[in-house]
Design a binder for this molecule. Structure first.
Ligand SMILES: Cc1cc2nc3c(=O)[nH]c(=O)nc-3n(C[C@H](O)[C@H](O)[C@H](O)COP(=O)(O)O)c2cc1C
Length: 377
């Protein structure tokens, strides 16, 4: 693989054409109105500055219903009043020809602000977790159905707002992954038990989102983000073999991409395996849809190398540090790609809430961002 491949257009299964194989990874930007989740001027400025960062830009996770709100200043896509702001966001992202994808999110047990607001957080099962200040409550059948519908309604709003597609957030220990994992799903009904039943909720969400996407009247992207495995020492929620079955089902359903979420580098492999998570899952989807790889891609060299592990390459922190990542590569200016935000406040245009998050509660939780403590300039 080479730079030419990285920068050449790519056509997704739905027919949507991407300018290149670079993708801005979804990242909560902490810029939205804390009460409503409406898009603010800060959100718009942050994404407008990044309209040339990659051919495809995935927004911050947006909550599909208030019970799923996981971050204080998170974007809402849960109410029709959100559409006007979301339209501004989509327009800012697409102003230079990038594709705009909104990530659809439900925090489940991890929805701390929702728990504070509504008095409870929901989860597949009522289980006490040592790191949570509350015990999340098992979702009823009616709640499960309502949440599936909420993902569909969010998709309708994404269409109305002018997005090119949606990404279903099935990763990072949030609600969909909680259903997929034996660690957090102890149900004995149709939504829990063997692998087939643990996949039922995530796949029902996919079906509903695809059903609504088909009404868009234009090619509309539906992607799915997942964690390759959930292995924490002795505790195994699921393995990459389980994920391979899910990825196969997703590809068979005709999703536009499978996006593997990683925090430990794009070459990360299951213990004892010579093949990386990306390579294993790319083999599973086998050309039916692309696999997006991510993590620790900071330079042109990294991005080209990452193509050995995925068909499309997502950049997270590099997109925070270098708002013109793809544009600089395309212009032959890879040596000018910035590596720190130090002293570049006006250039990087980060929401104040994101900077504060990095310096306070996000410390140790978020992957490190070079120069964030010396941002002013
Ligand atoms: C500030 C921040 C916010 C994030 N928010 C999200 C999110 O909303 N949804 C998601 O799926 N991943 C989220 N992530 C994970 C990134 O998408 C990405 O997988 C991770 O940062 C690794 O890529 P990188 O090494 O290029 O930063 C977030 C990461 C960061 C740094």
């Amino acid at each position: 693989m080479d730079l030419e491949t990285l920068l050449a257009p790519y056509t997704l299964p739905s027919g949507v054409v991407l300018r290149d194989r670079l993708v801005m990874a979804p990242m909560v930007a902490q810029g939205s109105d804390p009460a409503t989740g409406h898009v603010t001027d800060e959100d718009v400025a942050y994404f407008a500055r990044r309209s040339r960062v990659a051919g495809t830009i995935i927004t911050a996770a947006a909550f599909v219903e208030r019970a799923g709100r996981g971050f204080e200043r998170q974007i809402s896509i849960s109410d029709d009043s959100d559409v006007t702001g979301l339209h501004r966001l989509a327009s800012a992202i697409t102003s230079d020809g990038a594709r705009a994808i909104v990530q659809l999110y439900h925090g489940g047990r991890e929805a701390h602000p929702a728990a504070a607001e509504l008095g409870r957080a929901v989860a597949p099962s009522t289980i006490e977790f040592p790191w949570l200040p509350y015990v999340p409550q098992e979702m009823t059948e009616a709640e499960i159905r309502a949440t599936i519908t909420a993902f569909g309604e969010a998709t309708r709003r994404a269409i109305e707002a002018g997005f090119d597609g949606v990404e279903i957030h099935g990763a990072n220990h949030y609600l969909l992954q909680q259903f997929f994992s034996t660690f957090s799903n102890h149900r004995t009904d149709a939504w829990g038990g063997d692998l087939e039943r643990r996949m039922a909720f995530p796949l029902a969400v996919v079906d509903e989102v695809q059903r609504v996407a088909a009404t868009a009247g234009r090619p509309f992207v539906v992607g799915y983000r997942l964690c390759a495995d959930e292995v924490h020492g002795e505790t195994v929620g699921y393995t990459v073999e389980d994920t391979a079955v899910l990825a196969d089902r997703l590809a068979a359903r005709g999703v536009d991409y499978v996006h593997v979420s990683l925090f430990t580098g794009y070459t990360t492999a299951p213990e004892g395996s010579e093949r990386s998570h990306g390579q294993i899952l790319r083999d599973v989807v086998a050309g039916r849809c692309p696999l997006i790889i991510v993590s620790e891609v900071f330079t042109q060299h990294d991005a080209v190398r990452a193509l050995e592990h995925g068909d499309l390459v997502a950049i997270g922190r590099a997109a925070l540090v270098e708002p013109e990542f793809a544009a600089k590569l395309a212009a032959g200016r890879a040596d000018e790609v910035a590596t720190t935000v130090k002293g570049r406040k006006d250039d990087v245009v980060l929401p104040a809430g994101l900077v504060e998050w990095y310096r306070t509660t996000g410390k140790g939780l978020l992957p490190p961002l070079e120069g964030i403590d010396e941002l002013e300039g």
